[in-house]
Design a protein around this ligand. Structure first.
Ligand code: GAR
Length: 202
């Protein structure tokens, strides 16, 4: 079977990227890792694995549209079938999102549609939620609103802090993101086949 070619976009720590690399899925080839921050720690995981890296510093561009257009050109050089946002902390413009329609996915640390945006762990605790989790979803023009592909749930414990809850969720992220990419590969790269009823893990 032909391997699924993916490009992973990161901004920082890169622990989800590391999880995707470590799973070493035989159906998946990571063609490149691109960061919008030169100091992103996650770039080291790509280097260590011999994966091409690119840095496109958003601060070098006058506008979001100019950055997004350069980013699109950079991604397209690798001709990926799937673009994977793994802690990529920039909002992407409409044109970019449309260009990758059906092949642009993100991992978000909440049970969407709850807690879109930032500070999700803190907000979940403050809201008195009993459970929290993560969602892998398609990226659409509306922030964190695209169709959910997979979710995993974790409990919120009475003595949880933002940090302890984030760590519990992150552990699940590292399992679920590689799994979602594998689903895409197994679907023959067809988003319509990829989308099946959302499964929630415990
Ligand atoms: C992850 O928890 C991911 O869910 C979150 O950033 C972290 C990146 O960690 N993403 C978002 O909040 C996107 N809105 P990592 O760099 O170690 O993978």
């Amino acid at each position: 079977m032909k391997k699924l070619s993916i490009v992973v976009l990161i901004s920082g720590r890169g622990s989800n990227l590391k999880a995707i690399i470590d799973v070493a899925n035989p159906l998946v080839n990571i063609s490149a890792v691109i960061s919008n921050r030169p100091e992103a720690a996650g770039l080291i995981y790509a280097d260590e694995a011999g994966i091409s890296t690119e840095v496109l510093d958003h601060k070098d561009f006058a506008t979001r549209l100019e950055f997004d257009s350069a980013l699109q050109e950079c991604v397209d050089k690798y001709d990926p079938q799937l673009v994977v946002l793994a802690g990529f902390m920039r909002i992407l413009s409409q044109g970019f999102v449309r260009h990758y329609k059906g092949r642009l996915i993100n991992i978000h640390p909440s049970l969407l549609p709850k807690f879109k945006g930032l500070d999700t762990h803190k907000r979940a605790i403050e809201a008195g939620e009993k459970e929290h989790g993560l969602s892998v979803h398609f990226v659409t023009e509306e922030l964190d609103a695209g169709e959910v592909i997979l979710q995993a749930r974790v409990p919120i414990l009475a003595d949880d802090t933002e940090e302890s809850l984030a760590a519990r969720v992150l552990q699940q992220e590292h399992k679920i993101y590689p799994e979602a990419i594998q689903l895409f590969a197994e679907s023959g790269f067809r988003p319509d086949r990829f989308l099946k009823p959302v499964r929630s893990d415990n």
